[in-house]
Design a protein around this ligand. Structure first.
Ligand code: ZN
Length: 456
């Protein structure tokens, strides 16, 4: 056989090698996945951000991208030279998800906020549509690569390494989340077991039984963890056999009442892997070379002081398809204090979605805060916590919480009810009516369960 000789002006495929379908390997004991960017001098990173903000504004005006061009015009910006960098972002009106939805409705199907022809993309996904018509996201290869590299920083920081076995149960098809996570793990170099979301006990059983054959190095961690614990218990499969022990909550709680979760995502439509838990300090290190992440006071458009809650507002950088000053209508706090871990980026904390805030008896709180109280009660959390809150609508009446208890013993059930009432009073300062239900009363979900229901 003679080696293939390329014809001039005809493109052929090069041989397979490092970097062809994934990143170049690095030593397992290397501290950071991408030290050149994660441990970058903050002043140089800021210069990079400024340059990338200018490039984004230039593309908005020159492409043009009508939705964002109109926002710039509102701020009196009509030429690329009018914007010097990050500091000028506060002059721009925010864009919210409803703007994207409206734009897609006016100019179906893509709207007027794309930077590239959607056919230059290779993947399409829609948002889950919990707050209206789902919007459409399109990723080019470069946009996906930015997500994969960002996710890789997160896995490495958490101690994951190529060669390990990981598992997840993200939903797929039009909802793009599962494919993104799967491909990100593959890019990073982990053997990935993608099990079906446990919508039914049968589907959960399929996953649990498979994990007893090939046990993941990291236990399943996700919205549906409780479902797998519940079904493994029903089947009499020891949790160790399915690798379902040693589950950890994400590191970084502890700012304010109920704490703040590490800010790990700015939504699939904006920046899925915007940051990851530091593990040394509270919060998540943000990938600031690819985004300007701000906690903004919506009344002034200015950033709130370090550590205070504001509107999570993200400008994505260096993508084929970006978002300019996108307000996710969620709470975040940003901390710039240097971190001893070696990363030089700011850290972010997430305080929940504003639309998910519950309000009653003059108090506002998150579903997660109610969940924390219930999780502290053994009779309620074993084998898994299943509860629903009746949406309180800001009144003065009791907060109604329904929760399952496995035990049929009336004393255990009464004790669980009393503990929940006392815990909600102590932690949130609200009076609650707690209804104890039998197991399997509340509908189960394979991904995000419905925890807040309207009064019946
Ligand atoms: Zn750190």
């Amino acid at each position: 056989m003679t080696p293939a000789v390329p014809e001039p002006d005809v493109v052929s495929t090069p041989e397979f090698g490092p970097g062809v379908l994934g990143p170049v390997a690095r030593p397992d004991d290397q501290k950071l996945w991408d030290p050149a960017h994660q441990a970058m001098d903050p002043e140089l990173r800021r210069e990079l951000q400024d340059a990338r903000v200018r490039a984004l504004v230039r593309r908005v005006l020159e492409t043009p991208v009508p939705l964002f061009a109109a926002k710039l015009e509102e701020a009196g910006i009509t030429a690329p030279e009018d914007v010097r960098g990050v500091d000028d972002l506060s002059r721009l009106p925010a864009t919210v998800k409803q703007d994207l939805r409206d734009s897609e409705a006016e100019a179906p199907p893509w709207g007027r906020y794309r930077f590239t022809d959607p056919r230059r993309g290779v993947r399409l996904g829609t948002t889950s549509g919990t707050t209206g018509q789902p919007t459409i996201s399109v990723w080019t290869r470069k946009d996906l690569w930015i997500e994969y590299e960002s996710g890789s920083r997160n896995w490495w920081r958490m101690g994951y390494r190529p060669g390990q076995i990981i598992t997840h149960a993200h939903p797929a098809y039009l909802y793009g989340g599962g494919t993104l996570l799967q491909q990100c793990y593959e890019y990073f170099g982990m053997l990935t077991i993608w099990v079906p979301p446990p919508d039914t006990d049968e589907l959960a059983e399929e996953a649990v039984r498979f994990w007893t054959r090939v046990r993941p190095d990291h236990p399943f961690m996700g919205f549906a963890t409780g479902r797998f614990l519940e079904v493994a218990t029903k089947l009499g499969i020891p949790l160790e056999a399915a690798g379902l022990t040693g589950l950890k909550a994400p590191i970084g709680f502890g700012l304010g009442r109920g704490g703040g979760m590490p800010l790990m995502t700015a939504g699939a439509e904006c920046y899925s892997f915007v940051g990851g838990p530091c593990g040394v300090s509270a919060g998540a290190h943000l990938h600031e070379d690819w985004a300007v992440v701000q906690a903004v006071d919506p009344a002034t458009g200015l950033e709130v002081p370090d550590g205070e809650w504001g509107n999570l507002t993200v400008t994505t950088l260096d993508r084929d398809n970006g978002l300019l000053r996108y307000d996710l209508e969620e709470a975040c706090a940003i901390v710039h204090e240097p971190c001893p871990c070696g990363e030089t980026s700011a850290r972010g904390l997430w305080g929940g979605r504003f639309k998910d805030l519950l309000s009653c008896q003059g108090t506002r709180f998150q579903v997660a805060e109610v969940e924390d109280v219930l999780r502290g009660i053994e009779a309620v959390r074993e084998p898994s916590l299943e509860y629903q809150i009746v949406r309180p609508h800001g009144g003065v009446g009791e907060l109604v919480v329904k929760v399952e208890v496995a035990s049929a013993d009336p004393a255990v059930r009464a004790g669980a009810r009393a503990a929940a009432v006392a815990g909600l009073r102590r932690t949130l300062g609200v009076r609650a009516f707690v209804e104890i239900l039998d197991r399997d009363t509340i509908p189960r979900a394979g991904y995000k369960a419905t925890r807040v229901v309207d009064p019946s």
